[in-house]
Design a protein around this ligand. Structure first.
Ligand code: HEM
Ligand code: HEM
Length: 177
């Protein structure tokens, strides 16, 4: 397959932008007031708006990833190549699952949601109280699964930096290897 050997600047910019936005998004989610009872306030609107930027970026990034594949580092043993690729795909999937379940939850609540109070956003479904109970907790499950996958991914990066002392981390840092 005609894979590239290095991540290019677009892949690196997408990677670190999503990292930065997730670092803001998780605390907003945890610290915003309980939203079960009312229409979305300022914190919720911020949460939804950041979530949608993350969704747009991850979709663009996925298209970029599929059209610009990068070969795993050739010095890695096969089990590390397979497991790192698996965790990468899991990360894409879990970011999508987290944004989608959040949007679905807001839709079933019948909220009118907007992008930073500027652009109204379409609902994914009509208001449905039974469905809210059915999907209650899905967003939390997705967000915690995402956090665990990120933990594994970051732990692997740290092992490469401090134990294997190879150049895996450099693949995702600015500049050439
Ligand atoms: C990757 C992006 C996202 C992350 C990491 C994230 C994370 C979180 C977190 C940490 C909470 C607090 C819930 C808890 O106590 O554990 C939360 C709640 C919530 N989020 Fe998100 N979220 C994301 C995207 C979205 C999007 C796109 C929407 C809507 C369009 C959304 C809607 C909601 C709603 C409605 C709640 C409150 C519902 C509940 O407590 O079950 N989220 N989110
Ligand atoms: C400080 C935290 C992070 C560090 C140090 C880090 C480090 C890295 C490194 C070194 C690579 C390249 C691995 C290789 O192929 O050789 C990589 C790839 C990747 N990272 Fe991270 N990462 C971090 C956070 C995240 C987060 C939060 C996400 C969540 C979406 C993420 C998603 C990905 C994905 C999907 C790839 C594969 C890129 C591709 O081939 O499409 N990373 N990361």
């Amino acid at each position: 397959m005609d894979d590239r050997l290095h991540y290019g600047s677009p892949a690196k910019v997408f990677h670190w932008l999503v990292v930065a936005l997730l670092a803001i998004q998780f605390p907003i989610g945890w610290f915003m007031p309980d939203v079960h009872s009312g229409p979305p306030g300022r914190a919720m609107t911020l949460h939804i708006s950041f979530g949608l930027i993350i969704l747009a970026l991850i979709l663009l990034r996925l298209v970029w990833r599929i059209t610009h594949p990068v070969a795993p580092e050739s010095s890695l043993p096969p089990w590390q190549r397979v497991s790192s690729e698996a965790v990468h795909w899991l990360l894409y999937g879990l970011v999508l699952a987290t944004t989608f379940t959040g949007w679905l939850f807001a839709s079933f609540r019948g909220w009118s949601i907007s992008y930073f109070n500027l652009v109204p956003l379409p609902m994914l479904a009509t208001k449905n109280t039974d469905a809210i109970h059915r999907i209650d907790g899905w967003h939390q499950i997705a967000e915690w699964a995402l956090l665990i996958a990120i933990g594994i991914h970051v732990a692997a990066a740290l092992v490469h930096i401090f134990i294997y002392r190879d150049r895996i981390m450099q693949r995702m840092l600015p500049g050439r290897r």
